[in-house]
Design a protein around this ligand. Structure first.
Ligand SMILES: Nc1ncnc2c1ncn2[C@@H]1O[C@H](COP(=O)(O)OP(=O)(O)OC[C@H]2O[C@@H]([n+]3cccc(C(=O)O)c3)[C@H](O)[C@@H]2O)[C@@H](O)[C@H]1O
Ligand SMILES: Nc1ncnc2c1ncn2[C@@H]1O[C@H](COP(=O)(O)OP(=O)(O)OP(=O)(O)O)[C@@H](O)[C@H]1O
Ligand SMILES: NC(=O)CC[C@H](N)C(=O)O
Length: 575
């Protein structure tokens, strides 16, 4: 039985900032070594950030990543971390092409390199476009403990390198990850890691990135499972964390056919067993979050990191008194603090008194900066000069609001937030270049029924903490309305949101056809109408700002459809 203290550094790396990320690795390695860790592991491609998209194809970027890795090995030794084994994800490139790789650094050198074997190429991932798969499998004997490294998707597909490592006698497998958040995914990861450990008897340490990158949020949730599959330690979600765990590792005799097909490379570092050290208190595994808490955490992280990593100080949005803009404002206040959030009420001649009162109430509750910019005069100029009526007149109101927000953004440097939700985006219920303007859309992947659940949860959470609930109860209870003509409510032109979201979930998340949805029990006419609306709105979605993915299938990378398309889902009768 060998003892090893490992530290999983769940850090927030910045895509493209290789120098800054090297500093991050250095800083967290120092902390881990100060905590007595013998092995420190960082997430997938921590040195370049993840995902780097087409930057992976630039040889200058790969050269920078490789060069910084070599320098990092030396700097770690100079910083007193040379005795520890430090696992660092980076972008590699050899004569054949780019690789998604992890290096083991020790004593000022790169002692082993592993390139990801299974490349994910579904959903938001396009790794066949970027990387070549690796076949080499390093097994490093570190003070008598046989260690192997795998990268993220490697444990989602079998057979693969993790099973091969068990067969080659690894006593511990470290899995480095860039596993993005989507609702309820945490369980899948826990099951995979625990399943691997109990199947093979080999403990696994799983370290994930944390933080937002464009539309993705990495939620951390790093964990360690013992050889019996039990979870020994687990990091909190959506925050940086150093998970320090003492492991008693049994020697694995190896064996079995799973090692075939890989080129095993062995290296020995330190012949002597590690000296005994005082045991650290075992960390308590972080408790699971409720669905609303987890989605809220993802949205706050996604918004905060988009704003911070793109260098904005403040955000600005239109406040209609409705639930969508109220939830976006509450998210922004949680992400950035009230002083960095600006909201504008922009009443038109159709705006109700309560829309202004509810917007003002929201500002009062949250403490955000609030102002009023009526659009009555600007709308009148367009309507009169162009002779606009009906829908054209309705939409020009949304567009005057868009112009107002963009004017203030240009003047004061705010990032404009678009407040549309996934249900509206699905059916094209927004005015292009109107309420769809903005640089980021915090709730674009949250269905309207979930927006409501989030609003209720956030207010309850505030009450539980003895704080003022941020969202005006009236914004939650009143019927949703765009207020673009007198007395308009969303249900004039859309089905009830509970029903709409159920059909949308089947069509978008479940990829069910029109006939299948009817067989599921939905009304045929309703399904046909909703499906047509969704198909027709592809062009609008393509021009909508980016926003945080929370569902299994977010619009955009997860669901790529042609805009110009003659395809119509067949009707239940086959026509
Ligand atoms: N395939 C295509 N590729 C490129 N452009 C295409 C296009 N098809 C139409 N277009 C163009 O798109 C424009 C029509 O779209 P757009 O101007 O948006 O107008 P449209 O979709 O016709 O109307 C906006 C709808 O959203 C509703 N709305 C508006 C504002 C807020 C809310 C809310 O509750 O949040 C709801 C409103 O009640 C109305 O039903 C036209 O200029 C048309 O030429
Ligand atoms: N009177 C207004 N003042 C300021 N902004 C507005 C106003 N009306 C609409 N907006 C902006 O346009 C967005 C679309 O709002 P709209 O009222 O048309 O529909 P909605 O999707 O029900 O949104 P919400 O629930 O926020 O009202 C709002 O979220 C808000 O940002
Ligand atoms: N970076 C990866 O390889 C991620 C793929 C993996 N299936 C996940 O979502 O966790």
């Amino acid at each position: 039985m060998a003892q090893l203290r490992i530290a999983l550094a769940q850090v927030n790396a910045q895509v493209g900032d290789v120098t800054g990320n090297a500093e991050l690795v250095l800083d967290w390695s120092r902390r881990a070594v100060a905590a007595g860790a013998h092995l420190v592991a960082f997430p997938e491609m921590v040195l370049t950030g993840y995902p780097v998209e087409d930057l992976a194809l630039r040889s200058s970027f790969a050269a920078r990543s490789r060069g910084e890795l070599d320098r990092l090995a030396v700097r770690l030794r100079e910083a007193g971390c040379g005795e520890a084994l430090v696992v660092v994800g980076y972008l590699d490139r050899d004569e054949e092409g780019p690789r998604n790789a992890a290096a083991l650094l020790h004593g000022g050198e790169v002692v082993a390199r592993y390139a990801k074997h299974h490349l994910p190429n579904y959903g938001v991932f396009d790794e066949f476009r970027y990387f070549l798969p690796g076949r080499r499998l390093p097994v490093v004997r570190f003070h008598g403990v046989d260690l192997g490294v795998v990268i993220c998707e490697d444990i989602w597909q079998r057979p693969g390198p993790a099973d091969a490592l068990a067969a080659e006698g690894a006593d511990l497998v470290v899995c480095v990850n860039g596993s993005p958040y989507e609702r309820a995914k945490g369980d899948a990861r826990g099951d995979l890691v625990s399943g691997y450990a109990s199947r093979t008897g080999v403990p696994m340490a799983y370290v994930n990135l944390v933080g937002g990158q464009d539309e993705l949020v990495f939620d951390g949730d790093s964990l360690v499972c013992g050889g019996d599959g039990a979870v020994l330690a687990r990091s909190p979600r959506f925050e940086e964390d150093l998970l320090v765990v003492d492991l008693d590792l049994a020697s694995n005799p190896g064996g079995g056919p799973d090692g075939e097909g890989f080129e095993v490379v062995r290296r020995v570092i330190g012949d002597d067993p590690l000296p005994p050290y005082p045991a650290a208190a075992a960390p308590t595994p972080a408790a699971p979050l409720s669905e609303s808490a987890e989605v809220w955490g993802a949205l706050v992280t996604g918004l905060r990191d988009y704003v911070e990593k793109n260098g904005f100080r403040t955000v600005l949005m239109g406040l209609s008194g409705g639930i969508d803009s109220a939830v976006c404002a509450a998210l922004a206040v949680d992400a950035l603090g009230a002083d960095r959030v600006h909201g504008v009420s922009m009443p038109s001649r159709y705006s109700s008194g309560h829309s202004r009162d509810d917007a003002a109430d929201l500002a009062e509750r949250t403490g955000l900066h609030y102002s009023s910019q009526p659009i009555v005069d600007s709308v009148a100029v367009f309507v009169d000069q162009l002779g606009l009526t009906g829908l054209a007149e309705e939409n020009v109101q949304a567009r005057c609001r868009g112009v107002t927000l963009m004017g203030l953004s240009n003047q004061d440097g705010h990032l404009v937030l678009a407040t549309g939700n996934k249900s509206e985006l699905a059916v094209g219920f927004s005015t292009i270049y109107g309420d769809a303007v903005g640089g980021f859309a915090p709730i674009k992947d949250v269905p309207k029924t979930m927006v409501r659940r989030l609003a209720l949860w956030r207010n309850e959470e505030a009450e539980r903490r003895g704080e003022t609930p941020p969202i005006p109860p009236n914004s939650i209870s009143k019927p949703p309305s765009a207020e673009l003509r007198p007395g308009q409510v969303d249900t004039d032109s859309l089905p009830d949101y509970e029903l709409l979201d159920a059909v949308l979930e089947g069509y978008i998340e479940g990829d069910r056809g029109l006939a299948e949805l009817v067989a599921d029990g939905f009304d045929a006419e309703l399904v046909e109408r909703v499906v047509r609306l969704v198909d027709r709105a592809e062009y609008k979605r393509r021009q909508y700002p980016p926003g945080t993915k929370t569902t299994f299938r977010a619009f955009g990378r997860d669901r790529r459809l042609p805009i110009t398309s003659g395809w119509r889902e067949p009707l239940p009768n086959g026509s």
